[in-house]
Design a protein around this ligand. Structure first.
Ligand code: R5P
Length: 295
């Protein structure tokens, strides 16, 4: 099957790993903010793998509309289109929290899947809805926490606490510790829907002589991780580190964490930033190779 990778620099990386041709993308932005993304030419093939990473200064809405426009165009050029959004926007609004609200996660999935035959993302915010409840096409949510954990091999698991900020982070901790038997602990987070204020409930304990790694899927304002870090400090943690997949504001989100003087901050490039340690593209290549390209 003639397969092209459609994308920017990460598309080139994926194409190299899979030994496939790449169809690059160019983009025009008009003065009123409209965008016109385009493929460099009208190459045609049997299968296109569209991979777009949100750039650091790009708005999440521009990213979404760019993906939609290019997927729609790809559908004209290729018989089968696989879409990869390393970070799935709007996934956190996966329920109606107050009367009149949209279930944005579901509606965005409806928009995305229109032009795709398959969808792949990483660590989607699966709090109330699983990926298969959002999409009607085959959809895959790949996990990266075990890859983040590989950057803590110099820590003694017997002396390490891996801390998740809410009940939903249990699956993150399980993946993080899958081949690294550190002690897992969950806080219980509540957020005031109106003020956004976060509170934590937890069992009093002592982290004396322990290195604490706080693990979460997303850092946005940094409020969650900072508050969890303050608790770990109050409980006498010897050191603090952060392991987070999606840095919503790129470097800016990560800078917020530096005030806590962490031993390590480990993140990925699912959203553009200059400090990532885990590149998701080899995992993606591996998944595609195993599930598709060997058919
Ligand atoms: C929430 O459920 C997520 O897992 C993250 O904890 C949250 O999105 C982080 O947001 P912020 O950095 O603004 O606290």
């Amino acid at each position: 099957m003639v397969t092209f990778v459609l994308g920017d620099s990460l598309g080139e990386e994926l194409a190299q790993l899979l030994d496939l041709p790449v169809l690059p993308i160019r983009e025009t932005v008009f003065p009123d903010g409209e965008i016109k993304p385009a493929f460099l030419n009208e190459a045609k093939g049997e299968r296109g793998i569209l991979l777009l990473q949100k750039k650091e200064k790009e708005s999440i809405n521009d990213y979404l509309i760019k993906f939609f426009l290019l997927a729609r165009k790809a559908k004209e050029l290729f018989s089968q289109v696989i879409g990869v959004m390393p970070y799935l926007p709007y996934a956190r609004q996966d329920a109606v929290f107050a009367e009149g609200e949209p279930v944005s996660a579901l509606y965005v999935a409806e928009l995305i899947e229109k032009n795709l035959d398959m969808f792949i993302t990483f660590n989607m915010h699966e709090h109330r809805k699983r990926i298969k409840e959002l999409f009607r096409i085959p959809a895959y949510n790949l996990f990266l926490f075990h890859e983040l954990a590989a950057h803590f091999q110099d820590f003694d698991p017997q002396q390490t606490i891996v801390l998740g900020p809410d009940r939903e982070s249990k699956t993150f901790l399980d993946d993080f510790c899958q081949s690294w038997p550190a002690t897992k602990m969950l806080l219980q987070k509540t957020r005031d829907n109106k003020t956004g204020e976060i509170e934590f409930i937890y069992q009093p304990t002592n982290f004396q002589d322990k290195d604490v790694i706080i693990v979460d899927d997303i850092i946005s304002t940094g409020g969650t991780l900072l508050k969890a870090a303050q608790i770990a400090k109050q409980l006498n943690a010897k050191s603090l580190s952060f392991a987070v997949v999606h840095s919503l504001f790129g470097d800016q989100s990560l800078e917020i964490l530096k005030g806590m003087e962490p031993k390590k901050i480990i993140t990925t490039n699912t959203l553009a930033n200059s400090q990532y340690k885990v590149d998701f593209v080899p995992s993606l290549a591996n998944f595609l190779q195993t599930h598709l390209l060997n058919e």
